[in-house]
Design a protein around this ligand. Sequence first.
Ligand code: SF4
Length: 418
Amino acid sequence: MSDSPTKSPCSNTCDPEGQPTTPINPKNLQKIHGNDLANQIPVEIVSEEEMALLEAALSLAAAARPSSLSVSSSSRFSLLCSQLGRNSKRALSNLRGPRSVGDVEDSGRLVLVSPKKKCKVPETFLSRFRRRKGLYVTDVTATEWCEKQMEFILLFGKPESTPAMKEGCTRHAKLEEEVIKKVEVRVESLEDIWALKFMNFIICANQLLFEGLTREVPVVGLVQGVWMVGMIDELRMPVAGEGRNLMLVDTKTRVRPRLPTEPQGRNGRLQLMCYKYLWDNLVSEKFPSDQFFEYFSLDSRCILSDEIKRLMVDSDFSAETLGDVVGYFSNFCSVLPRALDQLLLRYELQEDNSLIGEDEFTYDDNWLKAQIQSSLEFWQGEREARFTPQKERWKCRYCQFASVCPSQTDANSQTSSL
Ligand code: SF4
């Protein structure tokens, strides 16, 4: 995404009763890519942020009416069809829900916390702001950028996007359109939404296997006991030959034709490592579906909407319930390869999309786990938010909370982040 300094540079997914009656077979997978499925296959929400907005609204609706999880009939997703290969087509869904509902998260009591005083929040940030939604990968990267800034965002809301950020989003949308075409799908419940997410994962992974490239792949998994969700920017894998290695790629756009600073690069590397961790977990471990349904307050036996079921049938899926879809998802994950330890960050110039440079680096499991643990300490209320380190206080010059941040006014804060 954008390299704007005003935000983290990386802000940019069986129940026994839900087991499918038949596993996915190669014949069915091939048909997913056939022309006959064009404009018919449901796919994923474009961004984590958009997903968060709708889920926040749905969570509120569910809380208000626990016996009904229906959403407004005007809420729709878009389906996307692949344009990558001449004959290849797939579909992804794109949320077009009410964006204004994001503020519902911020309707609670606002508490400005001094890093020198004991924090007395009744709930952890995780339970207060990410309940039944999971922690986003971008939450982890934003926390790595500056925990205090993340705290301000949670309590007071996200600052308006800068032009550079908007340009970065536009570029990502264009990259996505290169391989997919959106088709709208009506959703009526949280179960419908998650069914689409899992379908999108399967369709993306299928596109990867048959075409060697896919983008915007939703992932979800348990990380150190916390549910985490994210959207992998790009997956590449040769379609033939012995070296069918799967590589994760992320593209960042930059205003100026130069590579990022070390903190920006480090933040991008953290993001990609999180995605690899989630991907590898999905393909190598049994998906903890019971815990998933419980945490996200989902009913595995909930009958999916007629439109979703029709899409499933069109895609050769015999699914009546979310549990059925999760069963397919779990089976499909088990045949996918792990990702390479080599990860790739691409930096493009916003002006003309030219390549500025690439950062190919090696996955570091110990470093990643330490970073996630540190982030979770903040999210789970085990300690107060830290300021960005002294040597990276240049970030404060671009921070929209600088005027109220104790790091800028309290001399004692100079040592609190060391
Ligand atoms: S002013 Fe600096 S320390 Fe304070 S929230 Fe912003 S980036 Fe973090």
